[in-house]
Design a protein around this ligand. Structure first.
Ligand SMILES: Nc1nc2c(ncn2[C@@H]2O[C@H](COP(=O)(O)OP(=O)(O)OP(=O)(O)O)[C@@H](O)[C@H]2O)c(=O)[nH]1
Ligand SMILES: [Mg+2]
Length: 237
């Protein structure tokens, strides 16, 4: 592209970065980019800028694909880390290893846009956090700027379902009304189930949230769940 712009044409003051969003509909898919414009002093010799005085400013354009922040919440040992591991690496481990602090996993997501069906590609940063209540006071900022939330409970432990409301309040108080879905996990443990679908539906309906019955162990509905929240996020990009 040979177009030449001066900093003023672009509304950029020298030295001040200006950033904005650009949605590009390429031939077959949509990519969302964050663009940053910087002006920097001319580095070449005087001859390079035809003897102009003062030397022109150079404009540097930095384009990077938008990263969305997807957070998980829910009580300890409900399967948050296992769901991420199943989705990102397609693995499952029976051993329980508490998540200490936070862990962020990057995943490129591709799906069709829920409104117009065009293929969408986003970079998703998946934030996993310890579910044990004792650690909650350390993480009020964890959910800041989240684009989406996955609330997880364990179908075999009723108290993890009732605790979802506390989690919802905690997250929404700290980061606003983040679009959320509920995952009823460990559906493979059929005989140990203590929470049933009508209660889950009634809870989710009261906040306009969708829910899915999942199993990190068998993989049931795991990809569908992440793709579903990805689609909800893409509507807000
Ligand atoms: N049967 C069965 N076990 C599961 C499932 N998902 C997770 N588990 C097991 O449940 C235990 C806890 O799983 P984690 O993924 O570590 O739970 P977590 O929610 O990340 O726990 P914290 O990090 O403490 O918040 C582990 O032993 C997992 O193997 C599932 O879908 N079915
Ligand atoms: Mg964990």
């Amino acid at each position: 592209m040979n177009t030449q712009w001066s900093p003023t044409d672009l509304g950029v003051s020298p030295g001040t970065p200006k950033s904005f969003h650009l949605k590009i509909h390429l031939k077959s898919h949509m990519c969302s980019f964050r663009i940053q414009l910087y002006t920097v002093p001319w580095i070449g010799s005087t001859a390079d800028h035809n003897g102009l005085d003062p030397p022109p400013q150079q404009i540097v354009i930095i384009m990077e694909k938008v990263k969305v922040k997807l957070c998980l919440c829910g009580e300890g040992a409900v399967g948050k880390t296992s769901l991420i591991a199943r989705y990102v690496h397609d693995v499952f481990d029976d051993k329980y290893l508490i998540t200490l602090g936070t862990k962020v996993t990057k995943k490129e997501m591709s799906f069709n846009h829920p409104d117009d069906g065009t293929p969408v590609h986003i970079t998703c940063m998946i934030w996993d956090v310890v579910g044990q209540q004792a650690y909650r006071s350390f993480m009020p900022n964890f959910y800041k700027n989240a684009s989406g939330l996955i609330m997880v409970f364990d179908l075999t432990r009723r108290e993890t379902f009732t605790a979802l409301e506390d989690w919802r309040k905690f997250v929404w108080e700290n980061s606003g009304d983040v679009p959320a879905i509920v995952l009823a996990n460990k559906t493979d443990l059929k005989s140990e189930r203590t929470v049933f679908e009508d209660e889950i539906k009634s809870y989710c309906d009261s906040y306009g949230m969708d829910y899915l019955l999942t199993s990190a162990k068998t993989g049931k509905n795991v990809n569908t769940a992440f793709e579903h929240i990805g689609k909800i996020i893409s509507r807000n990009l």
